[in-house]
Write a protein that binds this ligand. Sequence first.
Ligand code: GAR
Length: 220
Amino acid sequence: MAGKLRLGVLASGGGTNLQTLIDRSRDGSMAAEIVLVLSNNPGAGALKRAAEADIPTACIDHRNFDNREEYDREVVAALKRSRVELVALAGFMRLISGAFLEAFPNRIINIHPALLPAFPGLHVQRKALEYGSRFSGCTVHFVDSGMDTGPIIIQAVVPVLDDDTEETLSARILVQEHLIYPRAVQLIAENRVRIEDRKVRIEPPISTPNAALCNPPLNG
Ligand code: GAR
């Protein structure tokens, strides 16, 4: 049997998505091994979670670099040293340079707390609320040179409720993030993900129930 996919996780914050990837890797439901957790933020909870799980860590503080290219060169070197095959951004709050993309072509994925292409960028749960969206959700996508624009692998939808705050909506979305991120990694680990133009195909295909959601519901 081929070895497990060697996964590098980049995180800037608390690391609940990292924790889910660690847990799914350890319980065998995701055929990937996290070989490096890297952060730009020395205080990241993600580094603590990795250390507690005995996963190698690296902290490369962006404040010590003059520009993005120099910074990304160091990050790529660390990922290559750990023989990383797939890079998962998990709340990594930095843009990725062209050189980084070229070092891992179609091998960098990101999780974003909105239904792309709606609400790319930052503070997107607040923006969805302010806009009056009836649904929000989360997206796992390949990273390309745009801001949250790469081919979409998987999305989950949640309703926006009348009394939602940024915190309650974010929490509802986060539950789904923790389900779809390991699923995306697993599909890639199984070599089932193909990119055609900007569309992702899953092979063999998985049939999707043809059921619509309405918010508010049609009756009531
Ligand atoms: C997650 O909600 C993730 O989708 C978001 O940051 C949070 C990190 O939480 N990422 C972005 O907004 C990227 N644009 P975590 O540290 O608990 O995983």
